[in-house]
Design a protein around this ligand. Structure first.
Ligand code: SAH
Ligand code: AVI
Length: 365
């Protein structure tokens, strides 16, 4: 993220005026703006972010093998690069998921006529409009709750939605999946969407914990809508993460730029090659950054020096690919029952509607 001015309140409300964007950037949002249709609630403040990044960088760069959590890709540049990825010819997941939602948003809205659509890892909320349209057309929609760690993208998306949906209230939440899921606003009937296959960016134990945390705050009529990429020919998978135009490579390297800017590091971003490989044993794609030569990196804010040997890898992301059986088992282990599942005609991607099962938590799988 770009450096931000300190906020004046931990949570706040923005009026949908021309100055809202500036207010969001300046952190001048207040909680007492009754009547506004746009609320932006912050749970990640600049200081928390700096501490969390510092902790992840120390842990990740001093452990063997070296690894960083993928959430640090997403500053304003990373958000834009991801958006560009979604339009690449090799990157099929977004197109496939959109096609599924295009065709079945009405079925989803009929199965769960929610008044509140919650979207986790919402990003630009582009495909989400298909769900919002279907819930609006069904007459149930009142509120949209996008939740994302990237505040700028969240604020922009929220404002775009206000204009497109004049009767909609938007309650945006800046938060981290691992810490703030319990802060989602309650009330009403909720459809919780987690699209794009982002759950695949979590390790198995983390995603079970994630699904359990969401389940723990779910009312009997609520539902979860989960987008997941499916196992397929490894060549197609690798191509989707190593595109010819080099956009994914730039997205991958962006994490080094974030660390340089926010922790005063001196990574030579070009000194690392973008690697995408299929890990069949774990059924996931790995994105790595490979040192192209021996190099020493200083991270001023941490008073840390890290040596990379030529050929050494830094794991920056996993992207798990699922089978329907695996999905059902993971959902069941977290207290969810698969109600319906839709796939695209090529069977590339799945969108699953899950409802709370009567047994909240089964044994870990
Ligand atoms: N759902 C959108 C965007 C997917 S990109 C789509 O389907 O196209 C992944 C999104 O998850 C990004 O917007 C990123 O900022 C957000 N994200 C990644 N890690 C996160 C975390 N730990 N907590 C909250 N949001 C996170
Ligand atoms: C957000 N997430 C689901 C993307 C994925 O496909 O795992 C992130 C991404 N990484 C490289 N390309 C896209």
């Amino acid at each position: 993220m770009t450096p931000r001015t300190p906020t004046t309140a931990p949570a706040g409300t923005a009026t949908p005026t021309d100055s809202a964007d500036a207010a969001i950037r300046a952190g001048q949002l207040r909680t007492d703006d009754a009547g506004s249709r746009l609320t932006l609630e912050r749970h990640v403040r600049d200081t928390d972010r700096a501490v969390a990044l510092a902790r992840d960088v120390v842990t990740g760069l001093t452990s063997i093998p070296r690894a960083l959590p993928p959430k640090w890709f997403y500053d304003a540049t990373g958000g834009m690069l991801f958006d560009e990825i979604t339009r690449l010819p090799e990157y099929y997941p977004t197109r496939r998921e959109r096609a599924i939602l295009d065709r079945h948003a009405g079925d989803i809205a009929a199965a769960c006529p929610a008044d509140t659509l919650v979207e986790l890892g919402s990003g630009t909320s582009t495909k989400t409009r298909l769900l919002l349209d279907a819930l609006r057309d069904g007459g149930s929609l009142r509120r949209f709750v996008p939740f994302d760690v990237d505040e700028q993208t969240l604020a922009r998306a929220g404002q775009g939605l206000l204009a497109a949906y004049p009767d909609l209230t938007v309650h945006a939440v800046v938060g981290d999946f691992e810490r703030h899921l319990g802060r989602l606003p309650a009330g009403g009937r909720r459809l919780v969407a987690f699209l794009g296959g982002t759950i695949g960016n979590m390790r198995p134990a983390v995603r079970t914990e994630f699904l359990r945390t969401v389940r723990a705050q779910t009312a009997p009529d609520d539902a979860l809508l989960l987008g997941t990429d499916l196992v397929k020919d490894p060549d197609r998978l690798v191509a989707a993460y190593d595109d010819g135009a080099g956009v994914t490579a730039a997205f991958n390297r962006n994490v080094l730029t974030v660390i340089n800017r926010e922790l005063g590091a001196d990574f030579d971003v070009r000194g690392f090659a973008h690697i995408a490989l299929w890990n069949a044993a774990d059924s996931w794609i790995e994105m790595r950054l490979r040192a192209v030569r021996d190099q020493r990196v200083s991270i001023d804010a941490l008073a840390l020096t890290v040596d990379f040997e030529r050929g050494e890898d830094l794991l920056t992301e996993i992207s798990a690919k699922f089978t329907p059986d695996r999905l059902d088992a993971e959902l069941a282990a977290a207290g969810w029952a698969t109600a319906q599942r839709w796939t695209d005609p090529d069977g590339d991607f799945a969108v699953t509607l899950a409802t709370p099962s009567s047994h909240p938590v089964a044994a870990p799988i």
